[in-house]
Design a protein around this ligand. Structure first.
Ligand code: GAL
Length: 633
């Protein structure tokens, strides 16, 4: 597959006189794609029913004539003022019961039917007009669902829709009361109409109630998205995408992905390092200008799975951004490295955000490929280099990896509902596992939790998957792979209740989690032979073979057949030890990688990247700072 580059462009921000020159320059830089339109509602429909599409016709024509392909966005992330005035109760409501105001973006509630109808209307107009336009090569629905904490809304619209959703799911109020254990604290309901949203309670709401509301909120995102994809599909054959974000886990991306042709995501490595990676100060200093060496790859692999193999980077950081605690400039070479790393993980396209830095509004401190005065910015030069390299580059495709990690958004909702200890999150335990695997030089695939066929994988890990349906347990127990479970795997039933027999209750694995504890992260519990459990551990009983012990001789991990259960949150050393052992049992060769060096195997090559700021050695040779190395296999 031919890899491509692109950019994000806002013709409505610039005088029409410069559009042609912009388009020519994009083409000369070697770009293929230009994404437009995703925030342009106020210019397409300045007042109710007054349509002004001529400028968009012209923009698409100019870009297309220059030889570019357009990704056309639906503008529903930014309903203009008049839409809000028409539907004042469409605003999302925060957990304190306060409506979120107009004046930025993503201010809508996913459940508001009036707003959904406004979206249907504008999307239909756009799809009818541009559905067969030869220059429109792909679509983007909305923009970054969930960004700015916008998945969950405590509005009246959400409450009403939640009641209907609950009644469909539970059938009778008695069944719901039983499933949630509402006899506790006299929380029993007489009808679905009694059920409110789980905010503003005196102390904690019932975790079953919270988890169920999170599931509902996630489904609302998927159904909101599907209404738009249905409309576009009726008018266009071009593939449909949505641009997901980094470390947003409060809706099920796989369910949204079910109705997309391509998953894309927005990769801001330096912003994320400070704001979402969860790294200590030393790590942040070491990688301040490069980003975390695993965070981008994690999302590349995750979204490859969400996109059923088809995925892009829709927004690639082009220089300093405006929104992180600090906003450093990338080390020279990083904007090239990030693109090559994405291709190594199977990206079809990498688009830099944005074409020209805007001198106005919220993002005027955000770099672009051009400066506001139109001069080339460093991103443009690095993109041009990538474009030149792509001419003669080898074909890159991502084959099945030997190792799979299950990523289950529902488990993330459950951890968020009941973390059990400060700072404990599902994302972090999966990310820690991923990092350990990558530092052993392994390529990793993500699997959604509905997967039952594990053919071809030598290792499958499912840390922290709190609820595991019985048929998943059976499929894992029967898999050819070494299966790594725990902590907290299968710890609750589907309604967030402790099951009896006690967890993990896996076929063929004779162990029981008899007690769990969380503790301060600065009180690590040492393992015999190196490494620690940090923040969380489980006491285990059972007859299976003990694989690891705590310093005091208590069992820390058990193995029986292909099933391994780990009773705690391992630190870096513990996870490296564990997975080196598992790899040798599974017959997988490993290479320990240090500093910022990482690799990914493609068909025909191993592609090495160096996130470090100094020269580094790899088994394939020396690699410069911010460098990329292609090792033929
Ligand atoms: C993304 C968003 C873009 C822009 C960018 C700035 O989250 O999709 O519209 O705001 O961040 O970094």
């Amino acid at each position: 597959m031919k890899r491509t580059l692109g950019t994000c462009y806002y013709p409505e921000h610039w005088p029409i006189e410069i559009w042609e020159a912009d388009a020519r320059r994009m083409k000369d830089t070697g770009l293929t794609w230009v994404r437009i339109g995703e925030f342009a509602w106020s210019r397409l429909e300045p007042s109710p029913g007054k349509l002004e599409f001529d400028w968009l016709d012209k923009a698409i024509e100019i870009l297309g004539q220059a030889g570019l392909k357009v990704v056309l966005g639906t503008p529903t992330a930014t309903p203009p003022r008049w839409v809000v005035d028409k539907h004042p109760d469409m605003l999302a409501v925060d957990a304190d019961g306060k409506p979120r105001k107009f004046g930025s973006r993503r201010h809508y509630c996913f459940s508001h039917e009036g707003y959904r109808q406004e979206c249907d209307r504008i999307v239909k107009l756009i799809a009818e007009r541009y559905g067969k336009n030869p220059h429109v090569g792909a679509w983007q629905i909305d923009n970054e669902y969930g960004c700015h904490d916008t998945t969950i809304s405590y509005s009246d619209a959400a409450r009403n829709a939640f009641r209907v959703w609950l009644s469909d799911r539970y059938g009778s109020i008695e069944a719901l009361n039983r499933a949630w254990g509402n006899v506790f604290w006299s929380m029993e309901y007489a009808s679905f109409e009694d059920i409110d949203l789980p905010n503003l309670t005196v102390t904690d709401a019932n975790p079953s109630h919270i988890l169920t509301f999170r599931r509902f909120s996630s489904d609302q995102v998927a159904s909101f998205n599907k209404r738009q994809t249905d409309i576009i599909q009726a008018h266009s054959d071009a593939p449909i995408s949505h641009n997901f974000m980094g470390r947003i886990t409060d809706f099920d991306h796989f369910k949204v992905g079910d109705n997309l042709d391509i998953a894309t995501w927005d990769s801001y490595p330096l912003g994320f390092l400070e704001d979402r990676v969860g790294a200590d100060d030393e790590h942040q200093r070491a990688f301040a200008r490069q980003g975390d060496p695993d965070f981008q790859a994690f999302h590349h692999d995750l979204y490859r799975s969400v996109g059923k193999g088809r995925w892009w980077v829709m927004e690639q950081q082009p220089g300093p951004v405006n929104w992180a605690p600090y906003n450093p400039a990338p080390l020279p070479g990083m904007m090239r490295l990030w693109a090559w790393e994405a291709y190594a993980h199977g990206a079809e396209a990498v688009c830099y955000f944005r074409w020209r830095q805007a001198p106005f509004a919220q993002e005027h401190m955000h770099a672009g490929m051009l400066r506001p005065d139109n001069a080339d910015a460093p991103a443009l030069l690095e993109a041009r280099q990538v474009a030149d390299e792509l001419q003669s580059a080898p074909e890159v495709s991502a084959p099945q990896a030997p190792v799979a990690l299950i990523f289950d958004y529902d488990a993330d909702f459950a951890w968020a509902t009941q973390p059990h200890g400060a700072g404990l999150t599902y994302f972090q335990i999966v990310f820690d596992t991923y990092k350990a695997l990558r530092k052993l030089g392994l390529s990793v695939d993500f699997l959604r939790s509905e997967t039952r066929d594990f053919k071809g994988y030598k290792i499958v890990a499912a840390p922290g998957m709190i609820y595991m349906p019985q048929d998943l347990k059976e499929a894992l127990a029967e898999a050819d792979a070494q299966v790594v479970l725990g902590p907290r795997s299968a710890a609750r039933n589907a309604d967030m209740v402790i099951p009896v027999p006690l967890p993990p209750d896996f076929p063929g694995l004779d162990i029981t989690v008899s007690r769990v504890e969380s503790f301060r992260p600065d009180m690590p519990i040492p393992l015999k032979g190196g490494g620690n459990f940090v923040g969380y551990r489980e006491e285990l009983e059972g007859a299976a073979e003990v694989l690891f012990e705590l310093d005091d001789g208590q069992p820390a991990a058990f193995q029986s057949g292909n099933l391994i259960y780990v009773g705690g949150w391992g630190d870096e050393t513990a996870l490296q030890r564990l997975f080196s052992d598992v790899c040798s049992t599974a017959g997988i060769a490993t290479t320990e990688l240090t500093g910022g060096v990482r690799c990914r195997e493609t068909d025909g090559h191993r592609i090495w990247v160096n996130y470090g700021s100094t020269l580094a050695e790899t088994p394939a040779g020396t690699i410069e700072a911010a460098g990329v190395l292609f090792e033929p296999l």
